[in-house]
Design a protein around this ligand. Structure first.
Ligand code: DMJ
Length: 447
């Protein structure tokens, strides 16, 4: 019902725009996807299909067939286009077998390639599908590229290579785009075994020593373990990189608060910032997913670590008045798992906490994860549902929050999908056969 409500309102007021503005009942285009439109349609396709919302799925498919235009200009984020559009189209193709999704994915995939024309082959963050030019974000120091962006291409590019027969995307040849990225990362020296978030696409060296498992770093780690799983456990290089990175993170960034909550701090040139972003809360699920394959002696350790981190993220929700979590929470000056700055008190319908509940449920079947998921459902209904859709809120610490007037596309792609899967049987998109990309689009394991 929540998905139908979110979709119906998007369709009524914003079909063809990127997101719905549920208060003003119109569409939002933004500047993340260049000239591409319909981000919510493409992000929602597989969720509608999985939930058996047949009529709504057909509406979305019809829009892709008739109105999805790829011959557009403008600066688009390589990362966002890849995880939402390529991931969404690939998942829709693999679930339904409908050719239109495959051909759109391949056509769009070709348009991403110019972003890799840099001295090192590390792509820049922004690209223009028509002119072939690429740029870094204005805020990224010294023209650097972002770890979580160039490190979150592997899953989709592997499937693009397989479906197109074009090795340029990802074939095991070291000349392919994503294998080259790995080569650069393996070569560069890692401070204390950690991967900083900013790398120069010109020199291949780190630009700043900021390390985070939340924003700017997050899905790089996720794609290492998932690359290994998607290869049916053959890509041992990815597994080793994941194991080593997690070991360094545990050694240097994982801490326990005075109140006994385990959290993952950020690292700035050796100094710890005792803060966890909402984005970092995906890591409970990632560590749970990796735990099963960690070897007998490490397995229980990682199950426990995943459970502790997921518990901390739940606490960040439980300690708020709305029962939804803030964008970032801190562990300093007597604070535990709460935002201390006004600018960090918002919630924009993000999925990472329910994502971890879903993985923890599948791993342990402890009923508390379903209870926690249900708390989120109730809080979303109470505080984020407005007359024409779901909206983010500006302050999780008040029971009369103001709304931000934005129904993010990842709410339909991820938050609602993970909540649904939390209450499904384990064989609905079994984790043995499917790997979720970082936007929760399922891609098949290469058995
Ligand atoms: C999503 O687009 C993806 O999950 C991404 O990896 C991180 N941010 C958003 C959701 O919060």
């Amino acid at each position: 019902q929540m998905m139908k409500f979110a979709w119906d309102n998007y369709k009524q007021y914003a079909l063809g725009k990127n997101e719905l503005r549920p208060l003003t009942k119109n569409g939002h285009i933004g500047n993340m996807f260049g000239g591409l439109r319909g981000a919510t349609v493409v992000d929602a396709l597989d969720t509608l299909y999985i939930m058996e919302l047949e009529e709504e799925f057909q509406e979305a498919k019809k829009w892709v067939e008739k109105s999805f235009d790829l011959n557009v200009n403008g600066e688009a984020s390589l990362f966002e286009v890849n995880i939402r559009y390529i991931g969404g189209l690939l998942a829709a193709y693999y679930l339904t077998g409908e050719e239109v999704f495959k051909s759109k994915a391949l056509e769009l995939g070709e348009k991403l390639l110019p972003a890799f024309n840099t001295p090192t082959g590390i792509p820049r963050s922004l690209f223009s599908p028509c002119s072939g030019m690429s740029w870094s974000w204005g805020w990224a120091s010294a023209g650097s590229s972002i770890l979580a962006e160039f490190g979150t291409l592997h899953l989709e590019f592997l499937h693009l290579s397989e479906l197109s027969g074009n090795p340029v995307f990802a074939e095991k040849a070291s000349t392919s785009q994503v294998m080259n990225i790995r080569k650069v990362l393996n070569r560069v020296e890692k401070p204390q075994g950690l991967y900083p978030n900013f790398l120069s696409p010109v020199t291949g060296n780190w630009v700043q020593h900021h390390v985070s498992i939340g924003g700017l770093g997050d899905s790089f780690y996720e794609y290492l373990i998932k690359s290994w799983l998607m290869s049916d456990k053959k890509d041992s290089e990815a597994k080793k990189m994941y194991d080593d990175a997690l070991e360094a993170i545990e050694k240097h960034l994982v801490k326990k608060s005075a109140g006994g909550l385990t959290y993952i701090a950020e690292w700035r040139g050796g100094i710890l910032d005792h803060k966890m972003g909402h984005l970092a809360c995906f890591s409970g699920g990632m560590i749970a997913l990796g735990a099963e394959h960690a070897g007998e002696e490490r397995k229980q350790h990682y199950v426990d670590l995943a459970a502790e981190i997921t518990n901390t993220c739940h606490e960040s929700y439980a300690r708020s008045d709305t029962k939804l979590g803030p964008e970032a929470f801190r562990f300093d000056a007597g604070t535990e798992a709460m935002a201390t700055r006004l600018s960090e008190r918002y919630y924009i319908l993000r999925p990472e906490v329910v994502e971890s509940y879903m993985y923890m449920w599948r791993l342990t079947h402890d009923p508390k994860y379903r209870q926690w998921g249900w708390e989120v459902v109730k809080a979303l209904e109470k505080h984020c549902r407005v007359e024409a859709g779901f909206s983010g809120i500006r302050d999780v610490y008040t029971t009369t929050p103001t709304h931000d007037n934005m129904q993010q596309s990842f709410f339909l792609a991820e938050t609602l999908k993970y909540l649904y899967l939390l209450f499904c049987e384990d064989d609905v998109l079994s984790l043995d056969d499917w790997v979720f990309n970082t936007e929760a689009h399922p891609l098949p394991v290469n058995h």
